[in-house]
Design a protein around this ligand. Sequence first.
Ligand code: PMP
Ligand code: GLN
Length: 377
Amino acid sequence: FQSKLPNIQTNIFTIMSRLAAEHQALNLSQGFPNFPSEPALKALVSEAMAAGHNQYAPMPGIPELREVIVQKMELLYGATYDPETEVTVTVGASQAIYNIISSFVSPGDEVIIFKPAYDCYEPVTELHGGKPVLIQLRPDFSVDWEEVKQKISPKTRMIIINSPHNPSGSILSREDMLTLESLLKDTDIILLSDEVYEHIIFDGEQHQSAALFPGLAERAFITISLGKTFHNTGWKVGYCLAPAPLMHELRKTHQFNVFCVDHPMQKAYAAYMKEAENYMGLSSFYQQKRDYFLDLIKTSRFSFTPAKGTYFQLLDYSRITDEADTEFASRLVREKKLAAIPISVFNMNNADNKVLRFCFAKTDETLEKAAEIICSI
Ligand code: PMP
Ligand code: GLN
């Protein structure tokens, strides 16, 4: 048979987590917390199971979860979404992203993607015959909007943004969003705004959701991951929001892709998210982790700019060795028992900038052990 994705290998998260397990290394590679989710939230899953919510959920998600999601959008961004027609619960943000691209990208369509980029955007675009149009972020990970303007063509079907940004930890500003809004005016380009780290933003910055900008919201799918927000990435529940006509199209693929999402988990989240305080404190929680980690490694030979959002920190090792980042990451696991992600895998042409990504969604004890290793290199 002919492979539809001949250049795609097993992705880096699987490779590094497997390697970390093999070598009993501290795993700061794949992005997931190593501390438990709230006991109260877990208890709600058991309660939902005991109460008999073990059959298929409604296709777009259970009404009470869609209702709390809409209330959250109103509370956080003053945005109005209709829970009946404008929210769909998905199998993590990943399935939302897949279905959004699948629903709208046809052979020959162009999709603008900023590099470095989270790993699924390009292959899913290609799988549907779309052409990724790649734009390099500047060295400080800001966007060159002039280049975006030049790259928009009559074939541009979609533009994908991600703020706070994986892997760099950078964020888009209000000015960025206003510029994008003016560039997209009078076009029919769909915006996929991947906002899975909406609650993890530091130093008093505000998350600039596409929902805050009418000219963006009218054409935007916003994707969210509840696993990121509630420390349970393995539950694989997320959702997307969009104006009704766009969501109507999305649900056509969603119903044939998974049809619906785990029922007991939806029940639990719906009950738990009724209390806004259960998701409002996340930025300060992760800022403490970021600051603690960076303070512990400040005397190391790695250099860094503190992440502005996400639970990832990039560390530049160019003062230590000129090894390729994939080799250095592999050696770090084998010899030092510490796993990180080489960010060349997210870069344009896999360019190697001698930078590794470390996930600091870890207990203080794990961060201390990791810092000890980092300082010894
Ligand atoms: N987008 C980004 C930027 C991510 O980092 C991730 C996963 N960490 C996802 C989407 C996928 O989220 P989920 O685990 O909910 O599928
Ligand atoms: N988003 C997570 C990360 O960036 C990993 C998700 C996955 O393993 N696919 O590390």
